[in-house]
Design a protein around this ligand. Sequence first.
Ligand code: PLP
Length: 399
Amino acid sequence: MDDSRRIDTLAVHAGAMTAPCNAPVSPPLYQASAYVFEDLDDVEAIYGGTKPGKIYWRYGGPNGEAFARAVAELEGAEDGVGAASGMAAICAAFFTNLKAGDHAVVTRDVYGGTHAIVTKDFPGRGIESTFVDACDPQALRAAISPGRTKVVYLEALTNPLMRIPALEQAVSLAHEAGALVVVDATFASPALFHALDHGADLVVHSVTKYLGGHGDVGAGVLVGSRVLIDAARTYLVRTGATIPHFEAWLAHRGLRTLALRMERHSRNAEAAAAFLAGAAPAVTRVHHPSLPSHPQHEAAARLFPRGCGGMLSFELSDGRAAVDAFIKGLRMIEVVHSLGEVGTTVSYSVASSHRGIPAAERDALGVTESLLRLSCGIECSDDIIDDLRRGLAAVQERG
Ligand code: PLP
């Protein structure tokens, strides 16, 4: 054994990367928890912001920043910041813009996790809220209280009924009242919809879904003006909800194929919706904006000219038992309580996203025991439809 090599020290320092080579074709992963300073002047300059540099992973790393910049560019935003999850991004949007005594107006069919923040975390902080049918401008007008309402929170396409809020009216009512408009655009992605172009102030995404796109990322992102994003960034750093480097790297890689994927997701959902709409009496209702029966069919054509993404939901004629038979009849489509992946998946909203919402409230929203949510992937649409046909055949065999 050659002791002159001092393996213990060498193992720590060997192969240290000092200077980068010429620019790589894709973003490299900077998987480091902290960064090296040259001397104390360097420490002061980097902390003081007079020299670019990184300090510690939680304050932000190259991958998270590159990813957030990319989403900001796609959304047409001044700035963006990554977050550890979609919920972390949503909390940053809420808690940097709402304090005790403030009021928020929230779309009533909001994602279950966001519903829990509003109903469970707002009261303890002295924040009041009103749930509203955000597709109804009159209801929005009645709910927004000038001077008191500070945030109007909408979803670009709602889960799971794919409803489209009256965004432009919400923006003008909110701004008149001195409130910000925050839009969760997870279901749409920046490939299909730009809420900031319609006057929204902040856009949040669960990156876990379409932006990552491959079922291997858990992250969030938030874009908007520099001032709003600076506040969100400070909140995320303080609460330890920074996007981790590897998640940001994966999400950035996913982003590069977003436009292609969203186009295919959209076409497949339109094909699946048309098939299911013709599958009466086993299927009693289909919720997708491409169908003339959808309440916002015309708004969708105007606001989502490139399609509405891969999500749709449908109701079976015989409640939970039919849903169970349908799921057992599927061969390709898997039961997954997430969405936006390359593979087609199905989920049962009353047992997943809306599990924590009281049954009466769920029923009033139209999220019933008969409802199944489909996330259409990027497979050949014929294969998706064949599997849906197998599911429906299993329902029929049962009874
Ligand atoms: N917003 C919507 C519309 C969602 O569907 C979800 C999760 O399903 C979230 C936000 C929360 O995202 P995450 O699970 O990444 O925290």
